[in-house]
Each structure stands twice: as structure tokens, then as C-alpha cells.
Design a protein around this ligand. Structure first.
Ligand code: SF4
Ligand code: SF4
Length: 283
């Protein structure tokens, strides 16, 4: 089963939920936790351990000046502005390239070949006896987050139980993370901003055709305004984590409430049972 943990905006506690769920599950079974928030991965902070890095590369064009006739076709084709055909040479801006391969195809002279370019890495570690952590890390200034997410997910492929921690928001990286998931857990706060962003995230999950449920984090008990939305959309509330100084103190020091506070391991085990019901799969 593949579970994506997502949120419409940052700072809702999405990674905290993912880390606590992974820790709880790893007490009784093998789990792979994949950090797909590749621009700001942080799950390694919950689970410090030595990691093995695997580089992530993507193909970018290289022009052979001896064959190039400066016809301009590649520059016209590239809609990302990664190629500029000048009077005397073709300039390549690899950091803008989306590796579509189109310039290789349109070049009438066969003057374009592809070479690998490193855009990030995937770090693999084993912080607990039954927990594997795979973190995607996008290099600074790179745009190909989906490439790194894909590489991180590929390393986890074939495992019976995988958790994906998505980036906040609803952009391409989130769609890439959701791809192939059985269920999506949406983490939110019951504030007007939280509800607005959750609405968007719920729509994305719906469009991708994945069943979803909600975890309300830092609840002040005044959730009525947002509960109406969940009911209207048929989104079950899977868990409510109250706002409390005790929980905040554990989280602020990078701890896990399921490990450090009594009763929370059971609550996260119950969360998993609810997730399994939505996914409709057997483990
Ligand atoms: S591979 Fe695609 S995106 Fe990259 S330079 Fe060529 S046409 Fe542009
Ligand atoms: S399409 Fe080929 S020949 Fe034409 S400018 Fe580009 S690299 Fe040169």
C-alpha cells in the first residue's frame, strides 16, 4: 500500500504526521518512508542516521558545433528557453532544460546529443530496525523536482508499505508524489487559511482519483466551520491532534509524540486502520 501525506500549505505539521505514523508502523512491520518534499526535505531530522547517497541525473542537450548549421530549429522548438541560437553558436542553459528530448528530434543535422546532468540526490538510511528512510534532495537552483521525486519513489518500489511525504501546495511535485498512491492523508489546521488550501489539495486528490481523509492538527476545539466542508466533500476526519503545550514542546525539540507521550502510539495505530479502510486494500 502506498500512502501520500499532503497538505495545501506549509507549516500544517504534515511531516510530523508522516514521521509519527512511520515510527508507529515500524514498531510492528517493515515500512519505507519517502521524503518527496525535495526542496526542503526534513524527515531525516526526526530519524538521524548515516545515509548512502545516490545521484539523480537528467539528460540535457550538448551541441556538436562541427555538425550544427545554426538553422535555429532547436531554439524555436524549446519552449523553456533553454536553447538560444546565435549567429555563431548555440547557447545551452541546462538549468532551464526540462529534458523533453525534443531538440534531439528536431535537429536536421543530428548535431544534438544528450549528456547526463546531476540535479539532486537520493539519500537512503536505516534509522530503525524496520524503517527505511529515502530522502529526495533537489540541488539548489534546479527546477526538476519531479525528476528527484520519481527517483526517490523508484527506490521504494515493490515494498508492501510505503509512506510518501509530499511537498506543501498543489503544484507538479505533489501530483508526481500522488501518482500511484492508494490513499491520500490531508493534514490541515482548522483556520480559514488552512481550509482554503485544504480545499485545493482535496480537489487535486479527487482529480487524480485517490481516496482521501483528513488529519486536523493543532485543533483548538473550534473546528465546526471547517467540519462542514469535510462533510460536504465526503472527507472523513481520520484524526484530530489538539493544540497543546506538551505536544508543541515535543515537536519543537524534533521529537515524536507517538514515542515521547503516552497514548499517541495507539492513536497513530488507529489512524493507520482508518487509512486502510479508505484505501480498500489488504496488507
Ligand atoms: S530537451 Fe527539451 S527542454 Fe531541454 S533544451 Fe531540448 S527542447 Fe528544451
Ligand atoms: S537544430 Fe541542430 S543544426 Fe539547427 S541550430 Fe539547433 S543544433 Fe544547430
Amino acid at each position: 500500500m502506498k500512502i501520500t501525506i499532503a497538505s495545501g500549505k506549509g507549516g500544517t505539521g504534515k511531516s510530523t504526521v508522516a514521521a509519527n505514523l512511520a515510527y508507529t508502523l515500524a514498531r510492528s512491520r517493515e515500512v519505507v518512508l519517502v521524503d518527496c518534499d525535495v526542496e526542503e526535505p526534513n524527515l531525516h531530522l526526526f530519524f538521524p542516521a548515516p545515509a548512502v547517497d545516490v545521484p539523480v541525473t537528467t539528460p540535457v542537450p550538448e551541441i556538436d558545433p562541427a555538425s550544427c548549421t545554426l538553422c535555429g530549429e532547436c531554439g524555436k522548438f524549446c519552449r523553456f528557453g533553454a536553447l538560444s541560437v546565435l549567429k555563431d553558436r548555440v547557447l545551452v542553459f541546462p538549468e532551464l532544460c526540462h529534458s523533453c528530448g525534443g531538440c534531439v528530434l528536431v535537429c536536421p543535422q543530428g548535431a544534438v546529443r544528450e549528456i547526463p546532468r546531476t540535479v539532486g540526490r537520493v539519500a537512503c538510511s536505516r534509522p530503525l530496525p524496520a524503517l527505511t528512510l529515502i530522502s529526495g534532495v533537489l540541488n539548489e537552483g534546479e527546477v526538476q523536482a519531479p525528476t528527484v521525486i520519481k527517483a526517490a519513489k523508484m527506490l521504494a518500489e515493490g515494498h508492501p508499505l510505503t509512506l510518501y511525504d509530499a511537498s506543501p501546495g498543489i503544484a507538479c511535485p505533489v501530483i508526481e508524489t500522488l501518482e500511484g498512491s492508494d490513499v491520500c492523508v490531508l493534514v490541515t489546521e482548522s483556520t480559514p487559511f488552512g481550509l482554503h488550501d485544504l480545499r485545493l489539495a482535496a480537489e487535486v486528490a479527487e482529480r487524480v482519483g485517490i481516496g482521501a481523509g483528513v488529519v486536523i492538527n493543532r485543533s483548538d476545539g473550534q473546528d465546526e466551520a471547517t467540519l462542514g466542508f469535510y462533510r460536504e466533500r465526503g472527507l472523513p476526519i481520520l484524526m484530530t491532534i489538539p493544540f497543546s503545550r506538551e505536544i508543541a514542546a515535543v515537536q519543537n525539540r524534533g521529537g515524536l509524540i507517538c514515542r515521547d507521550l503516552p497514548g499517541w502510539e495507539e492513536q497513530f495505530a488507529d489512524l493507520f486502520s482508518e487509512i486502510v479502510k479508505i484505501a480498500g486494500v489488504s496488507l
